[in-house]
Design a protein around this ligand. Sequence first.
Ligand code: NAD
Ligand code: UGA
Length: 482
Amino acid sequence: MSLNKKNRYFRKKTERMQVKNICCIGAGYVGGPTMTVIAEKCPDIKVTVVDLNQKRIDQWNDGDVNNIPIYEPGLSEIVKNTRNKNLFFSTDVNKAIEEADIIFISVNTPTKTYGSGKGMAADLKYIELCARQIAEVAKTNKIIVEKSTLPVRTAEAIKSILDATGNGVKFQILSNPEFLAEGTAVQDLLNPDRVLIGGETTEEGIKAQQALVDVYANWIDRDKILTTNVWSSELSKLTANAFLAQRVSSINAISELCEKTGADVTEVSKAIGMDKRIGPKFLQSSVGFGGSCFQKDILNLVYIAKSYGLNEVADYWEQVIIMNDHQKNRFSRNIVRTLYNTVASKKIALLGWAFKKDTNDTRESAAIYIADNLINEQAQIAVYDPKVNEDQIQNDLNYLGTRADDENCQAVNTFKNAYDACKDAHAIAVLTEWDEFKSLDWKKVYNEMKKPAFIFDGRNILNSNELSEIGFTVYKIGVGKN
Ligand code: NAD
Ligand code: UGA
């Protein structure tokens, strides 16, 4: 049934569900910001965000909203407006489940690191734990919303766990994937391109879908709220991420060709992006995409395709990841080659560690892999990132397991500003496109570096003519020598 038809159906039936209580399991990068915006836009709904991680919840409850665990422009202010009014953060998961009409599951779904599907399939153990806990605790009918990104047909598994309780409680499962991007999460949530809600096409399923539509309709135009069947919704999320990542890998593939041919990838991007059929977004060549989701979701898509025996489909999408790994590796290889084939004991400054600007998230950041490759070559790494601290940087490297933790500790130093990180360095690599890097006093940086002084701009954000005039040898991604 189309949304319009459904709306008509519900106008006739009038018995719309009044949502008073929302619970969200998972106070992470999605659960936290999403629920904050729902609370702000739906003052009559009590929103409780729960998590097992006491430290994370304490940070969300910190008296100083600048200390909330997630850095997103504009988020602290909204938390300040809503917290302890109709937005609550708690570790009492059971209580929040019991009270809620709608429960969002927004827990992490990382790539499996063990067993069958290791390195490809999504690990659904946290999702299953949530389903079991809901099944155990719930005493009244509930709408369960998959907010986490899940493999297509996960709703089936959740439903089977929930329906096995035999205590008469009825559950409706909806898929409502989140499309926000980090760094712009608040804007994306306030003004999304669309909201997608997948549900069963039964009377109860449609009623549940409508209840969630009504929540979003408090601030989002109903024309932008799409309703589909559950499987289309689940698969659309993986597909959207795969398409976005594919564009980045496509332009990165072209960047290597540009370097060989004397073309300039920024000019190529602009030229192709002006074609309305292609469009300008996600054509920024870079040191490689990072983030918790692109790689994970494509690997998941590849795994699903393989599990249906669709090997050509799987190979097609896997190439997006292969290209991304290649882009990261060739960037670090180029640094070593340019620095006379050795970086042993040379200080290399990395500007930026987050996977993109305006976030403190470092998951799968290209910087981690560039640093790891350079440490293998015995470089001394100096890092400055405006929002990432030393512990996080060490944890990220230790997690790779390439070498002992104390060796990472010796190989990497973290600095509180870019100037100190770059002092006495042989080379600088710009790995995150933080705005403040554009306006550094590059003459001062140059004066304090070893000569010849190299800059490898992994984000193409710096003015290479100005830097060359100062005396730097500049390498930009996808810019060939004429
Ligand atoms: P996250 O790791 O930041 O947060 C997940 C939280 O869930 C953690 O704090 C963890 O402690 C908590 N948790 C895990 N199991 C729990 C349980 N049983 N009970 C209570 N809490 C539990 O993850 P995230 O980045 O918010 O991503 C969550 C989901 O949303 C993933 O499926 C991801 O693919 C998807 N997603 C993420 C983004 C993004 O920008 N990060 C965007 C869209 C979709
Ligand atoms: C991405 C999607 O954009 C969101 O719609 C989605 O909800 C989210 O994944 C998710 O499912 O987690 P996110 O990873 O937060 O969002 O950030 P993006 O802006 O997509 O950037 C991802 C990576 O690609 C970053 O490392 C970024 O620097 C890189 N990128 C992006 C490029 O290298 N070039 C571009 O042109 C665009």
